[in-house]
Design a protein. Sequence first.
Length: 652
Amino acid sequence: MSEIICNIKNLSLSFGEKTIFKSADFVISTGEKIGLLGLNGKGKSCLMNLLDNKVAPDITDPPCEFVKSNTIFNVLHIPQELPLPEKSILAEDYFYYFFKEYHELKTELDRVTKEINTSQDPKKQQALISKQKDIMEKFEHQEIWEHQKQYNSYLKFFNLINIDSPVQMFSGGEKRKVLLALGLSSKKDLILWDEPTNHLDLETITKLEQELLNCNNAFIIISHDRYLLSKVTNKILQIKNTKIETFNGSYTDYLEYLSQEEEARKRLLGRLKNRLRREQDWMNQGIKARGTRSKKRVDGYVELKQKVSTIKDQAKKSLDFNLESSQRKTKVLAQVIKGSFKYESSQDPQFINLDLSVQNKNKIGILGPNGSGKTTLINIFTDKLKLSSGKIKRADELVIGHFKQTRDELPPNDTPYDYLGEGTDSVNLISGRKMHVAGYIKKFMFTGEDLYRPLKTFSGGERNRIQLAKNLLTPADIWIFDEPTNDLDLETIQVLENELSSYKGAVIIVSHDRAFLSAVTNKIWAINNKSIEQFNGGYAQAEQYLDILELEKQLIREDNKNKENSSNITKNTTQEKASNKDKKRLSEIEKNISTNEAKVEVLQQKISTFDFNQINEEQAIFYKKISEKIEQLEEELLSLYEEQEDLKKLNF
């Protein structure tokens, strides 16, 4: 049975006139994997800061109760951005920078070790060695060595290859992998994850999912990745109207619960409206017709009106992005023909043999690991980069809108009124109508009070919404969205999904949000080995192929390893007596045979699911690739069987 880690009662928190929590309660127990939901700016980060003792609750009567399971309540907060020191620091050494509780011990150990190596005084050396031993015993007692070993192991697990470079030089995705290693290696009671999948490719996100499923720590996670939330959570905390609602179950279960609750609310609202209509008719009758006015019935009528109003307020609010196309009728908007691209500073090309076209009503998702060239491809289409060879055709007077991943373009001291209105009190909508800035900003879930706040005071998700509001005032033939779901809350993402799905123009999306891609796209460009594989039918069609690509990578790695081992064994097969190396190699071969046989069986099971009476072109491509993999595996198995026989002839 799980034990309670902490129990918070009567939590209130406000900043000036803005109330975040008012008499809120929640409980966290061991082993709970909690998804934290809520609109941007409504308290998700504040709650994490409260649990991490960075923010204190308001002093109230009765006071807030923060009951912990023991005197030491170990919390680790993994932030969205990697905190960086001023001086350069390697990824391996960053461990001691981040975990401040270890830093002092490590500094002292380094100092003592250095003095031992430089001191010429035997007595002083002896004292220093004794001190070194005491410090190392503290390392053992606190399991610091083991913790660091786990951290380094996770750096390798996430394929962070340049750990000899300063973390300041890392890309956004590489910095995120360092944060993952810090969080997953920790043994603290509660881990707080703040948007851990931002800047990560799908391969890394899948690995993170599995590790979160297997971890023993309790954790709270803020994430817009609904696939991840659906897989790893077993409890939901929803911040709503200054309270914290608790739901025991996965994120998928929670969505089902909300759907049922919404339907029940609609039915109740319908019944209340009918009753209200009857009561209004009665209230509108003249005194003669109505007779003596019933005070009880009048009071009931007023109460009924209030109840209907409350139910309406509780109903789900939606965003109106008003995304419109330029209504262009041209079928092919942009086309790359036999294109290749290479950076001047690079020896190898980034892309070769590109043949791509963007047609009207295409909803294209671009997939690929970090560093594979997604941003390069966008810059080719927006004419920021020129092809090295081949050509690109664009429709006459083509307009491309670009929603960028960063929000550097937002002037920090401007208010939404300044930024959206550009000196006037209205905005020009694509439809040709004018609208007051205050009314326009409300469509993006802001209030009138937000209109005159400096943009630098807005949260990341709020700034994202402001930039959407600005960009979507411009008509475009092709809209490019670069990681549009980063920092957006789930409610906003779902509305953006609906808007993009019904959008009449072309859309290109770079995103690692699988649920978002599944809902919006009807075509996928998957970057693989300097070329682009294309799939009609969206992310669902491409997902199986991506699994095969990953299998292919594993096979190449194993094939290279087998060739290296095979080369080594050839030199030893003339020996009459088997060496230890031969014995080790035979053991490896037997493991490889077992692994490859299992893979063949899995792939053959996949093939058995194909219905050849209804197979389409996409499925035919998958079938061919799987068949080729089976053939390749069987050839490798034949080679392994032969090598196994040769080794067994030796005198063991």
